[in-house]
Design a binder for this molecule. Sequence first.
Ligand code: ADP
Ligand code: MG
Length: 247
Amino acid sequence: MSDAAVLTIDNLTVAYDRHPAVHHISGSFAKGSLTAIAGPNGAGKSTLLKAIIGDIKASQGSVDHALKRAEFGYLPQATDINRRFPISVLETVILGAWKTAGAFGSVTQKDEKRAEEALATVGLSGFEKRAIGALSAGQFQRVLFARLLMQDASVILLDEPFTAIDARTTRDLLDIVTHWHGEGRTVVAVLHDFEQVRAHFPDTLLIARELIAWGPTHQVMSPVNLLRARIMAERWDEASDVCEPAA
Ligand code: ADP
Ligand code: MG
């Protein structure tokens, strides 16, 4: 792994029940880079993030980094988050600190103050005692960003953070992403809005199960690459086994 890379992916294949969801991906994320992951539905974007943090095992190849699972700032896709848990906004944000303090670390007044500050940053002062089940989708996403602020991670992975989120919230949260980048954190976000990718993300990783391109956004998001991604996604044989390429 080169000095400038915080995360290196080497020939990574991840399969569900032997059917590869991502196939032979290689490359690295430079320290402090801001990267969009783009690709069609079912392209393996969420699977790639889960493999990076170690929630899913590689079938082949590896992901190389020096971080513990709890050190990743990770925002799962909304469909993977349970909001029925009876917990307040402030408690949800404080959970971001438990990740680093350890489950048995105690919450200090300082933690509580930091959580309140994080809520102020995302525009949710006054919502501390509200149950998370009683928030709009946009407000809940703001809470999850406050939790990431609280966690203070050096590597942050966001899975479709702005899907089904109102325009105002998207703008505010994009500002936070840009701010994280300015602070030198490494940020990776799965996105499907290409305009957003082009406007805010210097680097892009484009996948359709296999890597289409990875590098500067203006080079990666070319019409030819986007067409290749679409064709590869349509041609992919869901039933193919590991290492038997689609016909
Ligand atoms: P994306 O996030 O790009 O839409 P995913 O990584 O969610 O794609 O999914 C990639 C492929 O893996 C899809 O064909 C999907 O159906 C399959 N897949 C995802 N999660 C699972 C799972 N838990 N079990 C079996 N197949 C899965
Ligand atoms: Mg996904």
